[in-house]
Write a new protein. Structure first.
Length: 195
């Protein structure tokens, strides 16, 4: 890797974290520059225009203007091949999975602030070692996906609609089945997934 400094942008709306994260990076890493601190998607897009060579974005997922709007920012950055590390206080498995599916390369809880510098270096070097704050959620997802593959194609259709919030009646209507058939298949799905 060249001897140029790593350019980092921090997307964070809380002054406490803005100050502590940027100060920690400044103090502990002499080859990482926090080139900007922004609080929302619009400011992040402006920064991209001014700073075209950003190496890593540290991104809070829950910015005050919109709940979980950080996920949308991850998608935008991912489409521009910018490495994004979700840096948040949220520990919800679904949110962790959504972050990775949207293009995040890592997920670190703010309480793990001391791991940020190594995560930045790993991101720049292309060594995306998943942080322990996210690994349990990803392993859980893999196990669940494996169980879903055990379902018949008909059960998978029902399971997919159930995950979207469809009622048994709505599933039956959508798949042209009786409600009784859907109920039986849901029982079979539960047995297979919970086994």
């Amino acid at each position: 890797m060249e001897d140029k400094n790593i350019k980092v942008v921090l997307v964070e709306d809380e002054p406490f974290w803005q100050k502590n994260i940027s100060k920690y990076i400044e103090k502990e890493a002499n080859n990482i520059d926090v080139v900007d601190i922004v609080v929302c998607k619009e400011e992040m897009l402006e920064t991209l225009k001014r700073e075209p060579e950003i190496d890593v974005v540290l991104l809070d997922l829950n910015l005050t203007r919109a709940n979980l709007d950080g996920i949308e920012i991850i998608e935008i950055l991912s489409n521009q091949a910018i490495k994004t590390i979700a840096l948040t206080s949220i520990v919800d498995e679904e949110v962790i999975i959504n972050s990775f599916e949207s293009g995040a390369i890592n997920y670190i809880n703010k309480s793990s602030i001391f791991d940020i510098i190594s995560a930045i270096h790993e991101a720049v070097e292309g060594r995306n070692r998943i942080h322990s704050d996210a690994s349990r959620a990803l392993l859980s997802k893999i196990k669940k996906e494996k169980k879903i593959r055990l379902l018949t194609s008909s059960e998978q259709e029902i399971y997919s609609l159930q995950q979207k919030g469809y009622s048994k009646k709505k599933i039956a209507e959508t798949l042209f089945k009786s409600v009784e058939t859907v109920k039986k298949q849901i029982q079979s799905i539960k047995k297979k997934i919970n086994a």
